[in-house]
Design a protein around this ligand. Structure first.
Ligand code: FAD
Length: 374
């Protein structure tokens, strides 16, 4: 008889773990407390973003995830766009960093191109030409629409891998070999807890030892004037250069950061950097800010959204874009720089969490590695 596994949580981490166990022969059941996933996994940009991961294990993990995303999407038929990414430079110090990144990435075999202003404007739509110097294009980034993709992955797991889903069932207790959801006890050989930002409910004492905090991000969605208008890639302004670990290889990055600290302190205070992704319908997802803590003010701050829009105007021509939605999302984040939490809470019970702002990029690859250790 095959071994059985229960996954708590139907966000991307739970779904990726369910997939990895299922293809290794486990009979998997996913238990989700809501009637559909409504956590960080459906609130993000949908950016599968290897360019943000440093060389080595994390970049390889991101590239592995990318290939799994494509194969799952091709099997069940949800939209994705292998549109790559463009980091833009409007100041000489940003351009200097992009040139250094180009050299470092190229040396490690990454598919990047340094584009002049003319190249950027010829290749892509909507990029603001005023003061534009050039951009760094990377071919590895892939965009999905998380609101569609997360539901579709669950459908894929049901249809192709016979994973069972129990929705609207909060798991309130876990012990070796069994979980309790409502009045029902469900048994399994292996239990994986992938509960995202809720690390208060199950094993709270274990979590207290993990040096985790939470991060709240504000996001915006715009509709373009013309439905079939496309940028052609995902675009970032200069502030994103100080956000991703992979960019630390640029020797000039500290100088750039120092200028931003002096001239853009409010942006740094609220952790704002601005990126744009475009979904199948042409809608533009724009964000974000980063506030840290265990409890947040539940209300979004309009001045943060205004700062985001003001910065967006520096690199995108967006006056015609119509603001259609705003929301926030929360993810757990290590305070000591860990890229994930993987803990055996007790015999046969594992916790996978803390993928921070890279869960869409890393989950599929990470799950492949972790199930080998379970
Ligand atoms: C605004 C925003 C933008 C982001 N952009 C990107 C991006 O573009 N690219 C990228 O790679 N990453 C991005 N991220 C990060 C990424 O979204 C997260 O790392 C990832 O979604 C975390 O997935 P998860 O499964 O751990 O959490 P979640 O998606 O929150 O899923 C956890 C699930 O567990 C369920 N659950 C919790 N407790 C229980 C219980 N007791 N019983 C049953 N169910 C339970 C919850 O209901 C929830 O559905 C972004 C995050 C945010 C917030």
């Amino acid at each position: 008889m095959s071994s059985s596994a229960i996954i708590v949580g139907a966000g991307i981490v739970g779904l990726a773990t369910a997939r990895a166990l299922s293809i290794r022969g486990y009979k998997v059941t996913v238990i989700e407390r809501s009637s559909k996933a409504v956590g960080a996994s459906v609130r993000n940009f949908g950016m599968v973003w290897p360019v943000g991961q440093p060389d080595g294990v994390l970049y390889e993990r991101a590239m592995k995830s990318r290939s799994v995303w494509k194969s799952v999407a091709d099997s069940i038929g949800f939209w994705y766009d292998e549109c790559g990414s463009l980091h833009t430079a409007y100041y000489e110090d940003e351009w200097q960093v992009l040139q250094e990144l180009y050299d470092a990435f190229k040396a490690n075999g990454r598919p990047v191109q340094l584009l002049s202003k003319k190249d950027v404007l010829e290749k892509f739509n909507g990029v603001n030409e005023n003061e534009l110097i050039g951009g760094l294009y990377s071919a590895t980034e892939l965009i999905v629409d998380p609101r569609v993709a997360i539901t579709s992955i669950a459908d894929y797991l049901k249809e192709f891998l016979e994973v069972e889903f129990i929705w609207d069932a909060a798991v309130t207790e876990v012990q070796t070999g069994k979980v309790k959801a409502g009045n029902t006890i469900i048994q399994a050989d292996l239990i994986c807890i992938c509960s995202g930002a809720d690390f208060e409910t199950l094993y709270p004492e274990m979590y207290k030892q993990q040096q985790l905090t939470k991060c709240k991000l504000q996001m915006l969605r715009f509709a373009p004037l013309e439905h079939d208008w496309r940028i052609g890639t995902a675009v970032c302004g200069g502030l994103s250069l100080i956000h991703y670990n992979s960019f630390k290889v640029a020797p000039s990055l500290p100088v750039l950061k120092e200028r931003y600290s002096g001239e853009m302190s409010e942006y740094l205070q609220w952790g704002i950097h601005v990126m744009v992704s475009q979904n199948e319908k042409g809608e533009l997802t724009v964000g974000d800010s980063h506030e840290y803590g265990l409890t947040f003010d539940p209300f979004d701050q309009s001045f943060i959204n205004e700062l985001i829009i003001q910065y967006l105007r520096q690199f995108m021509i967006c006056n015609d874009w119509k603001l259609v939605q705003s929301w926030n999302g929360i993810y757990p984040k290590s305070t000591v720089g860990q890229t994930e939490i993987f803990v055996q809470a007790e015999q046969g019970v594992y916790v996978v969490n803390g993928l921070s702002g890279a869960g869409m990029t890393l989950s599929f690859g990470l799950a492949e590695e972790l199930v080998e250790k379970m």
